[in-house]
Write a protein that binds this ligand. Structure first.
Ligand SMILES: [Zn+2]
Ligand SMILES: [Zn+2]
Ligand SMILES: [Zn+2]
Length: 162
């Protein structure tokens, strides 16, 4: 049973390096899969990665067009769909928004810790949680479609500041 935690960015987090590595991983992954990471899709991914806090589809559109471009909403929404499909971003259901995946490429069911102060999200992959959900669903004859686990609270940086 493995449990990987992709932690919250700490005080000395180099976010520029973070974005760069995310974009590099995306390029490699899409090349391997023969998927087209068009400049537009790449730009949308970059926008989602601007922070570790979830970004809504409408906000992504606003950011895209901030420089005077006129991308139509469906264009940007379709780019988000593409990124979701390839596991490059995750949807945070409780916020109806998206965050960049820190370990794209290996398919995984992630659980999320969401800080209510800074809004940042950390991703964890716990097989135990997945198994527990499956087991209780089986007991109640429930057919799981979206095993969403999103935990709200405060990250270390935020509750340490007091
Ligand atoms: Zn970062
Ligand atoms: Zn992920
Ligand atoms: Zn925080």
């Amino acid at each position: 049973m493995t449990s990987i935690i992709k932690n919250f960015p700490g005080r000395h987090h180099d976010h520029a390096a973070c974005i760069e590595s995310a974009l590099e991983q995306a390029v490699t992954l899409c090349r391997e899969r023969g998927a087209r990471l068009t400049p537009l899709r790449r730009r949308v991914l970059e926008i989602v990665w601007e922070s570790h806090a979830p970004l809504g589809a409408y906000d992504a559109l606003q950011r895209m067009n901030a420089g005077g471009e006129r991308n139509a909403p469906p264009t940007v929404y379709r780019a988000l769909e593409f990124l979701l499909e390839h596991g490059l971003i995750h949807r945070i259901e409780s916020r109806n928004a998206f965050v960049g995946c820190t370990t794209p490429g290996n398919s995984h069911k992630a659980q999320f810790f969401i800080c209510r102060d800074c809004g940042n999200v950390a991703e964890t992959h716990s097989e135990e949680i997945g198994e527990a959900i499956k087991a209780s669903a089986t007991r109640t004859g429930f057919l799981v479609e979206k095993p969403v686990v999103e935990i709200s609270g405060r990250c270390l940086k935020c509750h340490d500041d007091e």
